[in-house]
Write a protein that binds this ligand. Structure first.
Ligand SMILES: *Cc1c(COP(=O)(O)O)cnc(C)c1O
Length: 419
């Protein structure tokens, strides 16, 4: 390392000093659509003095508007994407030890709720070209104990729901669509979160629209809707003739403060998605044919929404692969990116590997079959390849042509230097 430094220095002295362009970020106002509309609704919510959604109007308005936007019958807001997934699993109501199929590449908030409901997460492999689960990888893991299938439309690109729903329907297993990264994404003309039994969404800071923290569940099924409404509300039967707390449940309600901001964010969503798509398509055109780097692939039946823009980096062509490319982008042009996304497959996190759950009990893992908790790398080739190759570039609706040129130019330059 040390003896290559002088050469690098003289090289950079020869070339023009590059201006570092600060890219809009979803972590602050530079890359968020929060403005006058949110402040107006929030002010009105505060002035009303009613901050609970059980009595206020904003959360109810949000639920109604989201149901209309997606064309689903029932929408309930809750206070995070994790709470949304937990609510969905609670609605499906697994018996202890039942298996819930899920992906080995996702946010932890989509996984621990399975354990809280006493079920076993059955991790399945992904397609390394899309980082999504497939009907094939799911089919290999269906057992008599499979209670539900959670599919995650990773990075805003839908799973192949045509094939997955055919498989699930054939087995009579409900599908939960984790659409936290996929607001308004479509597969074959249908929105994610409307094709399975339940959809889950997140308003976390870095999602397409945000309330800091927040979430939503969607369904067309009346019985699941009833259970989800109850689960978010301590299972108290508001409005029933003899209301009671019917089953174990939490308070997962969204407050009116979040509801006000979400109601103002929602009308902006379509524009956000449109702008992200347009710039992502420009980027893909600029990277076409660049050896060693593959722009994001999506099925022609999909309309992805680019939560992130993910490159597949070929380590045979590019020195140090995705890690090497990320380092160059950062060092040379100040561009942040995340090689390996979640670093390691979710099943290698301590909670699963060491079965750290309730006290020292290891429950519910004590109820699992050996196959359900077999995390041998040989069973997950797509997962390991996918994580090794992926370079996650942050994406944002505020990117301009100048930003796209800057990023594309930086990738070209880095690839040239590393090839
Ligand atoms: C963000 C996210 C979640 C969790 O949502 P929170 O609002 O952070 O709790 C779940 N699943 C996926 C795929 C996510 O991206």
């Amino acid at each position: 390392m040390v003896n290559t430094l002088p050469a690098q220095q003289s090289q950079s002295q020869q070339s023009q000093p590059e201006k570092i362009l600060r890219l809009p970020s979803d972590q602050d106002s530079s890359g968020r659509t929060l403005g006058a509309e949110e402040i107006a609704f929030l002010t009105a919510a505060i002035q009303s003095g009613t901050l609970t959604s059980t009595k206020g109007t904003y959360v109810k308005a949000l639920e109604k508007q989201f149901a209309e936007l997606l064309g689903v019958k029932y929408v309930y807001a809750c206070n995070s994407g994790s709470a949304a997934v937990h609510t969905a699993i609670a609605a499906v109501d697994p018996e202890p030890g039942d298996e819930i199929i899920t992906t080995s590449i996702t946010d932890m908030g989509a996984l621990t709720p399975i354990l809280y409901q006493g079920a076993i997460p059955r991790f399945v492999d992904v397609d390394p070209a899309t980082w999504n689960v497939t009907a094939e990888t799911i089919a290999a893991c269906i057992t008599p104990r499979t209670k539900a299938i959670i599919v995650t439309h990773l990075f805003g690109n839908p799973c192949d729901m045509t094939e997955i729903m055919a498989l699930a329907n054939q087995h009579g297993i409900p599908v939960i669509e984790d659409s936290a990264q996929a607001f308004l994404a479509q597969h074959d003309g249908q929105y994610t979160g409307t094709m399975g039994s339940i959809g889950c969404f997140s308003f976390q800071q870095g999602k397409h629209i945000t309330t800091g923290e927040g979430g939503l569940v969607t369904t067309n099924d009346e019985a699941l809707a009833r259970r989800m409404f109850l689960y978010i509300n301590k299972a108290f039967g508001y409005g029933d003739p003899k209301p009671d707390h019917y089953f174990i449940a939490l308070n997962y309600r969204m407050s009116e403060l979040q509801g006000a901001v979400a109601a103002a964010q929602l009308p902006k969503l379509a524009g956000i998605v449109e702008r992200r798509r347009a710039t992502a398509n420009q980027m893909t055109a600029k990277l076409q044919g660049l050896a060693g780097v593959t722009p994001p692939y999506h099925d022609p039946r999909n309309q992805p929404v680019y939560w992130k823009y993910c490159l597949r980096v070929d380590g045979q062509v590019i020195a140090d692969g995705a890690v090497g490319l990320a380092k160059k982008l950062k060092e040379e042009r100040g561009i942040f990116s995340a090689p390996r996304y979640i670093q390691k497959p979710a099943f290698q996190c301590e909670v699963f590997e060491q079965q750290r759950t309730f006290g020292n009990s290891r429950w519910p893992f004590t109820l699992a079959t050996p196959e359900a908790v077999d995390y041998s790398p040989a069973l997950f080739p797509g997962t390991f390849t996918g994580l090794e190759q992926v370079l996650v570039l942050p994406w944002n609706e505020a990117y301009t042509a100048e930003h796209i040129d800057y990023i594309a130019d930086a990738v070209h330059q880095a690839v040239t230097q590393l090839s």
